[in-house]
Design a protein around this ligand. Structure first.
Ligand code: CMP
Length: 139
């Protein structure tokens, strides 16, 4: 089967709470290969651009503040059916609705501070990956 890619961020709460290692282990033992990865911090302009689709939502300002308050881990992941399988692995946006054993069920604090991002389509995975990585950073 053809492998494809998805994009993830371990959000500032995951980094602050010391969960980078545990979350990456869950990702890699679930069959994802890390194609690219970096510890970085979003500027306000970065966060506004990345989440532009949510710009009219009431939580937008809080989302930008949250996503810029500290470092994140950005990564590109490869697997068969990567986008859908990763969304299954991370669980529902709201951790109280996330299935047992999913990353958000295990590590997320709330619907707004929900530990990880996962792309919602192949097209967005490509756009989000290009937002953070150049071709020479992908392996
Ligand atoms: P994610 O799905 O990765 O990308 C959009 C983010 O907006 C989402 O994670 C949450 O961090 C945040 N978000 C989504 N819905 C809500 C909501 N109802 N209230 C607050 N924050 C939200």
């Amino acid at each position: 089967m053809v492998k494809n890619k998805t994009f993830t961020m371990l959000k500032p709460d995951s980094v602050e709470n010391g969960n980078i290692g545990a979350i990456l282990e869950k990702i890699t033992t679930s069959g994802f290969r890390i194609v690219a990865m970096k510890l970085t911090q979003l500027t306000t302009a970065d966060a506004k651009a990345f989440y532009v689709v949510h710009k009219d939502r009431p939580f937008f300002d809080d989302l930008v503040e949250y996503m810029t308050r500290g470092p994140i881990v950005a990564a590109i992941l490869e697997k068969e059916n990567a986008v859908q399988d990763f969304r299954t692995l991370i669980g529902a946006t709201n951790p109280s609705e996330a299935a047992e054993g999913t990353i958000r069920n295990m590590f997320a604090e709330s619907i707004s501070q929900n530990a990880v991002h996962g792309s919602d389509s192949d097209n967005n995975a490509a756009i989000e990956s290009a937002f953070h990585f150049s071709e020479r950073e992908m392996f």
